[in-house]
Each structure stands twice: as C-alpha cells, then as structure tokens.
Design a protein around this ligand. Structure first.
Ligand SMILES: *Cc1c(COP(=O)(O)O)cnc(C)c1O
Length: 361
C-alpha cells in the first residue's frame, strides 16, 4: 500500500486517443484518421532533416532565432513575438500552465479539440464546456459562460473535428467582449487551408488579450517532428518564454520546419490538392446520402443518421482498408471524421461509403 497520489484533476483526464494507423489482418491500410498531409513534407524539409543528422551531437538552438525569423518573414510577423513549441499541443500546455490553476476555469466549446480539456485538468484547472450552435462556435454562449474564475478561452478556427469556422468579425467581437482578465487563444492548426485568412494574426496585433497558435503538423506535413508556434502580445510571449524548456525543439525539427515554411510552392500545391479533393469528396458523400458541413480544414465531418450507422460504416471502411476517425468523444457520436487524402484515397472512401449506404437504409 502507498499513499502516493497525483495532483487533483490528473485522474480525471481521459487518455488522448490518437488516430488508429493499422487494421489487423489488412496490409497497406490508408490512414485518414489524423488529418495528416497525404502528400508528405516538402523535399526541402526532408533535405534539411537529413543534413541535420550530421550535427546531432550538438544541442539545438535555445532561442529558435532562425525558425522564428523565417516564420516572421513568410507571414509578415514580428519574430520577437513568436514562440515555438513541440507541436501546438505543447503551446496549449504552456498556456494552461502559465495562466490556469486550481480554482480557475478554462473554456472550450462543445466539439472543441480534446487537448484543451486535458491541459486544463493537468494543471488543476476546471474545464468548462460551452455549447455550439449546430456545430459552429457560439460567441454569445462563450461570453455568457465567462465568470470571475475564467482565465482562458480556447477556440480552434477552423475547428477540428467540425471543420467549421466563424468569421473574423465574430472572432473580433469575442475578443472585445471578454472580461479583461481572460486570454483568448485562437488555435489556427488549419488556418493555412483557408484562403486569405491570417489565423487571427491581425487581431493579435490589435489587442492585448489574444494569442494565436499554429502548427507544422497539418499543411506542412511534419506531424512526426512536433513543431508549432504561438504569436502573441509581448506580455504573453514573455510569460510563455519562462515556462518553455530551453531545448524543447530538436535541431532536426528546427531545420526541417525552417525549410518547410520557406517552401511556399510546396505548401501551395498541398493547399490546392486539399481544396480540390475536399470539395469532390464532400459532394460524393452527399450524393450517397451522407451530408457534411462545409469544411475549411483538411478533413470532412461525415454525418450519419445514427450512432449505429456511423459505427457500421466505420467497420465497413475498415474492412476495405480505410481508417477514419470516430468522434463520439467529441460529442458527435453519429459522425465520422475523414481526412482528405490524395485522389486515390478519396475515390476509395467515396466508393466504400456508397457501397455501405446502398445496403444501410
Ligand atoms: C492537430 C491539431 C493540433 C495539434 O497540433 P500539433 O501541432 O501536432 O500538436 C492543435 N489543434 C487542433 C485543433 C488540431 O486539430
């Protein structure tokens, strides 16, 4: 017997379920369960990663100056107010660590990304789930849920797993309406997929209560390397800099990310491929009787009549070697989240869903 117990909140965490990568008994299944870039990373990023292998005995940069400089240059941002983390997951964790503890509340939305709740609980804070309106972030509901104890509001825009987003006017209204002790976190994991959208950077420039997070895991195809970045006002970045470990990013990750962000041609090709096949897939599923909201990310949230139907379709897809994501844990039991793959994968998904629906109803 021991009396060794973790901090309050820790045991309330439900372990994060990553997207499955294999189906027992099926070789070469297609993984469409983690919103990964089907085209992979840019050649320049792979070259930079290989070159970095010659210097692995050296500690990495601790100030990430070169990567921050490249991000600043490409996106037109002040590198001094960029902070890099091991994926945006680590940035979410830094934000909770720095701003929320026991007795504090952290707001996330009904179908919001799972790491907000996990990081809040890991730091002893209380996650508060706010309803969405038909799978879309509801600004008034968030404003109405703020209390004296609220410290952070997390929204992903576009959101995962819904694929929906709110317009810049609505985001600005949210930022302006929050009590002055609340920090708004705009998770821009899918911002690059949205034409003409800056992920909230201009709102960060205009205000003191907004921070944006971004990632190299989605459009840039570097999920395996774990690189993300935050952009915020001085006072927030200088707080996060104190929480961040000095060597939180590996030299290989830093080198690959810098090459990736500079390879704007590759990013553009991936964005175009996604836009094209996302529209094709959504239409094909719709024709088979499976609707979805217009998605602005690299995935589609396919809606079925019931939870049983969604699960049966998932089983059928699996038997065809297609791995998609169940999202019952996101309060969406009758839906499946399907990453937009390359042309061949999209055609296989549409065909298999068609087969399933032909017998389902
Ligand atoms: C994928 C995803 C992330 C996590 O990205 P990492 O940078 O790989 O940690 C963050 N937020 C949302 C909404 C995501 O879908």
């Amino acid at each position: 017997m021991s009396n060794i117990t973790p901090q309050p909140g820790i045991l309330d965490i439900t372990l994060y379920q990553g997207g499955a990568a294999h189906v027992p008994g099926i070789a070469n299944a297609v993984k469409l369960s983690s919103n990964e870039n089907p085209f992979g990373p840019s050649e320049a990023a792979k070259d930079a990663f290989r070159k970095a292998s010659y210097h692995l005995h050296r500690y990495p940069s601790s100030d990430h100056a070169e990567l921050r400089g490249a991000i600043g240059e490409i996106f037109g941002l002040d590198p001094a107010r960029i902070l890099c983390g091991a994926g945006s997951d680590e940035l979410i964790s830094f934000l909770c660590q720095a701003y929320a503890g026991p007795g504090d509340e952290v707001i996330h939305t009904e179908h919001g990304f799972g790491m907000y709740r996990i990081s809040a609980l890991a730091n002893g804070a209380t996650p508060v789930e706010v309803p969405e309106r038909e799978r879309v972030t509801d600004v008034d509901a968030i404003l109405g849920a703020c209390t004296d104890a609220t410290k952070l509001v997390f929204i992903a825009n576009p959101n995962n797993p819904t694929g929906t987003m709110i317009g810049e006017g609505e985001v600005a209204r949210l930022a302006a309406g929050l009590p002055d002790h609340v920090l708004l976190v705009l998770d821009g994991a899918y911002a690059e997929y949205v034409d003409g959208y800056d992920g909230g950077a201009s709102l960060v420039e205009a205000r003191q209560n907004v921070v944006m997070t971004r990632t190299f895991s989605k459009l840039y195809g570097l999920g395996g390397l774990r690189i993300g970045w935050a952009y915020g006002p001085d006072h927030v970045i200088s707080v996060l800099a104190r929480v961040r470990g000095p060597f939180n990013l590996s030299s290989a990750a830093l080198a690959a990310a810098e090459a990736a962000v500079r390879d704007t041609d590759w990013a553009e090709k991936c964005r175009e491929g996604n836009t094209r096949w996302r529209a094709w897939l959504a239409e094909a599923l719709g024709e088979h009787g499976v609707p979805s909201d217009t998605s602005l990310g690299n995935f589609i949230l396919a809606r079925f009549a019931t939870r049983a139907e969604a699960e049966a379709c998932d089983e059928h897809l699996k038997s065809e070697g297609l791995i998609v994501r169940r999202v019952a844990g996101y309060n969406l039991p009758n839906c499946l989240r399907i990453t937009v793959g390359d042309e061949a994968s999209c055609r296989r998904v549409a065909h298999a869903v068609g087969q399933f629906m032909a017998t389902a109803r």
